[in-house]
Every structure is written in structure tokens, then in C-alpha cells.
Design a protein. Structure first.
Length: 244
């Protein structure tokens, strides 16, 4: 019998977040128009977005930083398949230990590596070269969650964990950025992400219903799905800002 795959492996996902290929292509076009020569992705995961930017800007070089070595190995393999190995370096370690300046900085769904949102934005502002860009992605409240919805999310979730979209923009401008583009994930993007996040585990459960670890695995994946469907679905949004 095969052992269950990890829930957060992401093998069925291109992006580790509610981001469609269509939106990624649009954002890549916007970012490439600034013609960055250096790109830094803090919290890059497997670096799919970083590699798309490098493909769109043939003379650019990139660095991706993440604490998960298995994700970085996937990124290196993807870079090799795309012929980009000579233009990208993947570094394993905490973001705060590998800060550097770049024409384009990416930080999507990984601000926590640099503190809370205001702290992260202030740090990121110091990394973007003059005339450069930041692609920043973070969650926000679509509306104020009820007590019941908060109880359905991860343990300890508080209404103070997020602001609304306007408040998130305010935090970016307070850090010294100007919002050049504001986009938000759709319900379909969320559903695609959540389905892809659990797909490998669910397929394993279908194939291995009597495995000794099946009961614990079912409980884990069912709990995650409950957080989404009974908690943050249609309550928590995700924003993508192009900041200059």
C-alpha cells in the first residue's frame, strides 16, 4: 500500500493560491512592460510565476527564495524544462535572511515571512529599485465575517487578521507605494485552488479506503474543506496589487 500524499503538496496546482493562468498571463504582461533586469521572488514556492516573468523578459535574471526545499526542487526542474536554469537561482531559507534589491519584487501570499502586512510592505518598499515594481498578493475581507464564520475558519482566526480591500490599498500607500493595478481573485479561482489543493489526497482516499492511515487522512482533508466551505468562502478575498 502507498502512504497518503501530503495535503499541501500542490502537485495538481500551477500556483499555490487562487490565481488562474489567464490572470497570471495578464499580470506577467503588465510586469514585463516595465522591462526589469532583476527579479526577486520572496516566498516563491515552486516559482511558477517567477519563471513566467523570466520567459516574458528574456534578458532578466531572477532569484526565488523559500523555506520549503521540495518546492524549490520542483522549481529547479521546471526551470530546466523551460531552458531557464542559467537565469534563475532558487535559494532555500527565510526571506528575511535573503533580502536584496531588484527591479521587480514578487511577494504573493507570503507577506508573513516579513511580519504583518504593514511591516512586510515597508520592508518590500526598501527592496524595489527606483522606477521598479512590486507584485503583492494578500488576503482581505470581502465583508466582515460573522462570529459563526470566524468559528468555522482556522482556530484562533480573528476579524483583526485582515482588513477590507480599501484598507489593504491604504496600507500599500502608507508604505510609500502607488497602486498601479488592483485585481481580486474570483470565486472560480478559489474553487480551482481549493480543489487542486486537496485533489491528490482525495484520489488517494478513493483508491485506498481501507489503508491504516485513511481515517486520519479523511479527517484532515475534511477539516480543511470545512474551513473553506463553512468559514472563509465568499468572506475572505485575495488581492493582487501591482505597485510602483
Amino acid at each position: 500500500m502507498t502512504n497518503p500524499p501530503p495535503l499541501a503538496a500542490g502537485t495538481r496546482l500551477d500556483f499555490n493560491g487562487p490565481l488562474s493562468a489567464e490572470r497570471a498571463g495578464r499580470l506577467t504582461t503588465v510586469l514585463a512592460a516595465a522591462k526589469p533586469s532583476t527579479v526577486l521572488d520572496l516566498g516563491c514556492g515552486w516559482g511558477h510565476l517567477l519563471l513566467r516573468v523570466l520567459e516574458a523578459v528574456p534578458k532578466a535574471r531572477g532569484v526565488g527564495v523559500d523555506i520549503r526545499g521540495h518546492d524549490l526542487e520542483r522549481g529547479r526542474a521546471d526551470a530546466a524544462a523551460r531552458g531557464l536554469s542559467d537565469r534563475v537561482t532558487f535559494v532555500e531559507g527565510p526571506a528575511e535572511e535573503h533580502l536584496g534589491n531588484a527591479d521587480l519584487v514578487l511577494n504573493v501570499g507570503a507577506y508573513h515571512a516579513l511580519g504583518d502586512v504593514p511591516e512586510a510592505l515597508r520592508t518590500l518598499r526598501t527592496l524595489v529599485n527606483p522606477g521598479g515594481r512590486l507584485l503583492f498578493g494578500a488576503e482581505f475581507w470581502e465583508r466582515v465575517p460573522t462570529e459563526g464564520e470566524l468559528a468555522g475558519m482556522w482556530p484562533g482566526t480573528s476579524v483583526d487578521d485582515c482588513t477590507d480591500l480599501a484598507g489593504l490599498v491604504d496600507r500599500a500607500t502608507a508604505a510609500g507605494f502607488r497602486p498601479l493595478r488592483i485585481e481580486t481573485a474570483t470565486g472560480d479561482e478559489w474553487a480551482e485552488f481549493e480543489s487542486g489543493f486537496t485533489a491528490e489526497v482525495e484520489e488517494w482516499l478513493v483508491a485506498n479506503p481501507d489503508h491504516p492511515e485513511a481515517e486520519a487522512t479523511r479527517a484532515k482533508v475534511d477539516q480543511h474543506r470545512s474551513y473553506w466551505l463553512r468559514g472563509y468562502r465568499d468572506v475572505m478575498g485575495f488581492a493582487f496589487f501591482v505597485l510602483g
